[in-house]
Design a protein around this ligand. Structure first.
Ligand SMILES: NC(=O)C1=CN([C@@H]2O[C@H](COP(=O)(O)OP(=O)(O)OC[C@H]3O[C@@H](n4cnc5c(N)ncnc54)[C@H](O)[C@@H]3O)[C@@H](O)[C@H]2O)C=CC1
Ligand SMILES: O=C(O)C(=O)COP(=O)(O)O
Length: 650
């Protein structure tokens, strides 16, 4: 039998005394507030405590318990979770979240963060110091200079809920590790687009006209010191003759937000713009008069190549000796994307050979680059110290964008800019809210029907809906069913970020089926059915004719209801806890069991009887507010007509 707990199964989120918690929720946060519990450390289990927290992780690490011996493990897991929750969060009701800001962030963003949590601005931390600090932080905000490695997530011991990247590129964050640790990563993808594009254009024009070199030359010849005779005046008009942009071909590599803004501006300068981006829609390019071409076509026809793709395993060193061999001799390269997309040694060779005439670089494989970097010192290379996003406007924008995302995430919202979790549009979220609660409860109930000694390897979820299956976004529901199945039998903390990963790690395959039924299309889902196959059940009546543990539920009047157990139809609201009894279908059963519960002051909230054939077998589903003690449960089992029963926690 499933053991009981008097502590919540979800970690309480933060309740702060800050203005943000008392201020009017935004439309978005009010839509999403159901996603996290606002109830601090409750003692009993009820529906309000079963709200979903996507991010708050009580778990200290990703664990690798396999799903074996479901019932044996269940007790230990519950106990362990209770102690962790109790231990870690005992004080969290009044504790503001700690937000570590490890690089300079705009003041407006900091203000917003301070209104919500304790903000620790500690810049230039060594990796070791970051690892020390992170163990007490709920959120970390970085720019490109902080490496958020696996060690950082390990050191966080499950406390870190969100990493906010105040900018676009997330190559400095180990996303795989973040996901494994259930830590959400959000970025600020839009506020610095124009700044980066403008910097790209600035570098393009400066390089073409040797602005930086000519400036350095003039300055080197104007030293108003007693030794100025050592520095002859420099006025090298012939040396710094440049090239014109008008009519030249620019290849934009990566036609995303920055790339398309660069393209737009370059067209304004009279350039022919082509672009390469395997994922960009051609009509978006066409709309601004840009032709999408293959990689080879782009690099071999361009006079200028501007890089705007992210650094990923597939773009790493995509500009290498082979690539430079294919470019037009005398090509000029601008990189405001990431240093790592260029093999820097190969670029030096291409510059030395004259294949590449010039380069203008804002970003480097190692930042800052080594002092003796040949690239930085190269006469025909213009460099800036990663300034693409560094305008006042962009930094204020980015700071606000990331602060809002991080605060939202800490409040349990699903961030629109989540990088390692499915983004679910607010409208979908609002509609699915009650089904999310139902999904988790069904997963939780199904797993409690598994008998000890069984290993759960596969679960099937069947969604019945009047709507077109393509219109049904079930990622959220699948994640919550996974959470419901796994959490009671292991000490893993599951949230939307790590649900799929954890299921895979535990060898649990979740398959989904969408069935169109004749019901009202007004509701997204008619019923959700969870089936666990190849497992023994401790409640035989929970097994369907097909041999699977099978339970089904639906949302009625906004509340989750259990509507089928095995082959028996029932109708019980999923609140509190549940007793399922199979008995001989005969008069007086409800009264007998009700009396036993009543004697122990256990309040019955719902009761439903389902049977297959009159006067043969019936199932009684009884919703109870309190948890009956062992003696009460024993008495129920001793009622002669009761053939089997199970107590289930929701
Ligand atoms: N220097 C700086 O301060 C800044 C640098 N950046 C860098 O610029 C990059 C792009 O930023 P956004 O345009 O905002 O991102 P984005 O995501 O809007 O655009 C990236 C584009 O690259 C494309 N892409 C992916 N793989 C590609 C490949 N193999 N070849 C060609 N295209 C490929 C994608 O399809 C996407 O359209 C960021 O990832 C970041 O690394 C961004 C902002 C400031
Ligand atoms: O947004 C990006 O990807 C950038 O490269 C900007 O980096 P930064 O925030 O200035 O360190």
């Amino acid at each position: 039998m499933a053991s009981s707990s008097t502590k919540p199964i979800f970690t309480p989120p933060f309740t702060t005394t800050s203005s943000s918690s008392s201020s009017q929720p935004s439309t978005r946060s009010s839509l999403l507030s159901f996603l996290h519990s606002t109830t601090p450390t409750p003692i009993s289990l009820n529906l309000s405590h079963s709200r979903i927290s996507f991010l708050n992780s009580p778990s200290s690490a990703v664990r690798s318990l396999s799903i074996k011996n479901a019932t044996e493990t269940i007790e230990a897991a519950e106990t362990s979770r209770v102690s962790r929750v109790g231990g870690q969060d005992a004080n969290s009701q009044e504790t503001k979240p700690t937000i570590l800001v490890s690089e300079k962030l705009g003041e407006a963003g900091l203000e917003l963060l301070r209104s919500f949590g304790d903000v620790d601005c500690s810049y230039d931390l060594s990796q070791e110091d970051l690892c020390k600090k992170i163990a007490s932080c709920d959120a970390l905000i970085v720019r490109s200079g902080t490496k958020v490695t696996r060690q950082v997530f390990e050191a966080a011991k499950g406390k870190l809920k969100v990493v906010g990247r105040a900018g676009v590129g997330i190559d400095n964050v180990d996303l795989q590790a973040a996901t494994e640790y259930g830590c959400l990563v959000v970025n600020a993808p839009t506020a610095n687009t124009v700044a980066a594009a403008e910097h790209g254009i600035a570098l393009l024009a400066a390089m073409a006209r040797n602005v930086a070199q000519a400036d350095a030359s003039m300055k080197s010849g104007s030293h108003p010191t007693p030794f100025s005779f050592l520095f002859p005046r420099q006025w090298q008009r012939n040396k710094y003759v440049g090239v014109s942009l008008v009519g030249k071909t620019l290849a934009v590599m990566g036609f995303g937000k920055v790339g398309s803004e660069v393209a737009r501006r370059a067209k304004g300068l009279g350039m022919q713009v082509i672009a390469h981006d395997p994922y960009a829609p051609a009509d978006r390019a066409r709309a601004i008069g840009v032709e999408l071409v293959s990689f080879d076509q782009a690099i071999s026809t361009a006079d200028f190549i501007s890089l705007h793709m992210p650094l990923t395993p597939s773009t790493k060193k995509v500009f290498n000796d082979d690539t430079f061999a294919k470019v037009k001799t005398g090509v000029r390269i601008i990189n405001v994307a990431r240093g790592g997309v260029i093999d820097e040694d190969a670029l030096v060779r291409a510059l030395d050979s004259g294949k590449v005439a010039q380069a203008a670089l804002d970003v480097f494989t190692e930042e800052p680059p080594p002092k003796d970097s040949k690239l930085v010192q190269h006469e025909r290379v213009t460099v800036t110290p990663h300034l693409g996003a560094s305008t006042k406007e962009a930094q204020e924008g980015v700071a606000i964008e990331i602060a809002e995302a991080v605060v939202g995430a800490l409040q349990g919202e699903l961030a629109a800019t989540a990088v390692n979790a499915p983004m679910v549009p607010a409208a979908v979220l609002s509609e699915l809210a009650p089904y999310v609660v139902l999904a988790e409860k069904l997963g939780r109930l199904a797993v409690q029907l598994v008998a000890g000694g069984s290993g759960i390897k596969s679960a099937k979820v069947v969604y019945r809906s009047a709507r077109d299956p393509d219109d049904l976004d079930t990622r959220l529901l699948r994640a919550m069913i996974t959470k419901g199945i796994i959490e009671p039998i292991s000490d893993s903390f599951i949230n939307l970020v790590n649900a799929d990963f954890t299921a895979k790690q535990k060898g649990l395959r979740i398959s989904e089926e969408r069935v169109v039924v004749d019901s009202s299309p007004e509701f997204p889902i008619h019923t959700i059915q969870v089936q666990l196959s190849n497992v023994d059940s401790k409640f035989g009546s929970g097994v369907s004719e097909g041999g699977d543990i099978s339970i089904e539920g639906r949302v009625k009047y906004g509340k989750p209801h259990l509507t089928r157990v095995g082959s028996f139809s029932v109708d019980v609201s999923l609140e509190g806890n549940l007793i399922l009894c199979r008995q001989v279908d005969q008069p007086g059963m409800i009264g007998q069991v009700g009396n036993i519960l009543g004697e122990q002051n256990v309040n019955v909230s719902f009761m439903s009887v389902g049977r297959t054939v009159k006067r043969r077998k019936a199932i009684m589903a009884i919703g109870v507010d309190e948890e009956p003690n062992q003696e009460t449960l024993k008495k129920i089992g001793e009622v002669p007509a009761v053939e089997e029963f199970v107590f289930l926690k929701l």
